[in-house]
Design a protein around this ligand. Structure first.
Ligand code: ADP
Ligand code: MG
Length: 508
């Protein structure tokens, strides 16, 4: 058994881990549950030798381990599947296995053995992966399998999964859980980090909840989602989005016959038409990669449509650049906040005014006092948790807090249209409740809201109307209480009437 005892880790004035003790027991799945920023990744990075604790010890059996780098952790039988993949995109799967394989228990790995190992492990764990595929050509779900295979290549007894499901589809999540169960039943110890309460209850043997760097308690897998959520957040949490029926006004966003090509030249948005009125939330549902990203980018102006027409409040913005669409009243929350949502090296304060520098400049220079005052107000309003100051770089914030920075910035001026892609991806329950509430408030101010989300739960709870997108087209527009199996079929391209007929005919 692997034990962490009294682990404390400080970053400056912030105590990210405060005397944490947990255990990993072979044959059990231990879920570590906590809000974003609670200190989960920090603890796991310590266990994997990526960070050194200020206090505390790690024991394997009754032997104290010194873990100053991942090599030592792997030698001790510890493997980690990271939250942000650590694969090299231009290399093949097998090449990545060789690179990830520090000479350890199994010695050096050559390419031929790596290929054989991938085939062998894939078959054993039903993790189908082509050893010769380039990583960059693989969908996210398969890239994650490669990460798992890398950890298994060391025959790790103690396996850490750090938020592995944040980027997976519901079906991929089910597959991953099955793999975790198999690994457990083989006698491995799994530490599974997630904020998705349903998953915790489904696979956990043991649950430990941490909040603000401290263990706040253990829970049984039978514990209700509401109870788990309130342990995580430290107060009662409402898992349901409360909203009055929409009071839609005039058409604000009108998309007519839009065609957009992806960077590779393929048609990503295929003669799509859609209208969003003021005061309503339209959610685009669909499996990732059906043109949602290209649609959002074309509306913002970072991609140029080939044909069609887009108007916002009657003004043609079809070929407008982002500076102009933003001026026209578009608020934009991008799908990949790391790449497009903020500048990680900039402070919180500067990130909060990036879209509005004119207003925060005086005599051609930045008005630092005004920027600071704004930061203080927004940090308070959005409860942005940081390590002590608005000067902190945004890249050092947790995912949920980074997303709050983006939303705080986008919602701090009057909008005609808010487009938010995957607004709560990788965000914990406490922050989701808050972000959803703010989006509904924006709707109730009369803004037209367009949400792109691959999370059906999010779509169902936010949408006033659901537009299902498949291969660049809208398959149908349906009400939010449409049954899930009907939505599922529509997401595979089946028209509404046919989907209803099919699911009615199916045995319950
Ligand atoms: N290298 C770092 N420097 C400064 N602060 C950090 C660093 N890494 C993490 N933190 C802070 O420590 C806290 C815990 O972060 P983390 O362990 O990533 O949380 P979780 O994985 O639970 O979301 C957060 O407030 C985060 O901003
Ligand atoms: Mg984390």
């Amino acid at each position: 058994m692997l034990r962490l005892r009294g682990i404390t880790k400080r970053f400056g004035s912030l105590t990210a881990n405060d005397s944490i003790s947990i255990e990993a027991v072979p044959g059990r799945i231990h879920c570590l549950l906590g809000e974003n920023g609670a200190g989960k990744s920090t603890l796991m990075n310590i266990l994997f030798g990526l960070l050194e604790p200020d206090e505390g010890e790690i024991l394997l059996g009754d032997k104290a381990l010194t873990l100053t780098n991942p090599k030592q952790a792997m030698a001790a039988g510890i493997g980690m599947v990271h939250q942000h993949f650590m694969l090299i995109p231009v290399f093949t799967v097998a090449e990545n296995m060789v690179l990830g394989h520090e000479p350890g228990r199994a010695g050096m790995l050559d390419l031929a053995s790596a290929r054989a190992l991938v085939r062998d492990l894939s078959a054993r764990y039903k993790l189908d992966v082509d050893p010769d595929a380039l990583v960059e050509d693989l969908p996210v779900g398969i890239q994650q399998r490669v990460e798992i295979l890398k950890a298994l290549a060391h025959d790790a007894t103690y396996l850490i999964f750090d938020e592995p499901t944040a980027v997976l589809t519901p079906q991929e999540i089910d597959e991953l859980m099955a793999v975790m169960r198999t690994l457990r039943d083989e006698g491995r110890a799994i530490i599974f980090i997630t904020h998705k309460l349903r998953e915790v209850r489904e696979v956990a043997d043991d649950i430990t909840v941490i909040r603000r760097g401290k263990v706040v308690g253990q829970a049984a897998p039978e514990t209700s989602e509401a109870e788990l959520a309130s342990m995580m957040v430290g107060r009662a949490v409402d898992l349901k989005v409360h909203k009055a029926p929409a009071q839609p006004g005039d058409d604000r966003l009108v998309v007519e016959d839009l065609v957009v090509a992806s960077p590779t030249g393929a048609i990503a948005v295929d003669h799509l038409s859609l209208t969003v009125r003021g005061g309503e939330i339209v959610c685009i549902a669909g499996v990732q990669g059906n043109g949602q990203t290209e649609l959002a980018e074309a509306l913002l102006g970072t991609m140029r449509p080939l044909s069609g027409r887009v108007t916002l409040d009657g003004v043609d913005i079809t070929h407008s650049k982002p500076v102009d669409t933003i001026k026209a009243g578009l608020g934009y929350v991008p799908e990949d906040r790391h790449r497009h949502g903020f500048v990680g090296e900039f402070s919180i304060a500067h990130n909060l005014v990036l879209n509005n520098l004119d207003e925060y400049s005086k005599f051609g220079a930045l008005d630092l006092k005004k920027i600071r005052d704004n930061a203080q107000a927004r940090i308070k309003e959005f409860d942005i948790r940081h390590g002590g100051s608005h000067d902190q770089e945004v890249r050092s914030l947790s995912g949920g807090n980074q997303q709050k920075v983006v939303l705080a910035r986008e919602l701090s001026r009057p909008l005609s249209l808010l487009i938010a892609s995957q607004p709560t991806r990788g965000v914990d329950v406490g922050a989701i409740e808050f972000l959803h509430g703010r989006i509904v408030e924006e709707r109730d101010r009369g803004t037209a809201v367009l949400i792109v989300s691959t999370e059906l739960e999010e779509v169902e709870s936010l949408a006033d109307r659901i537009a299902v997108m498949y291969r660049g087209r809208i398959v149908g527009i349906v009400p939010p209480d449409t049954p899930r199996d009907v939505l599922g079929l529509m997401m595979a391209g089946v028209a509404y009437d046919e989907a209803v007929a099919t699911t009615k005919g199916a045995p319950a």
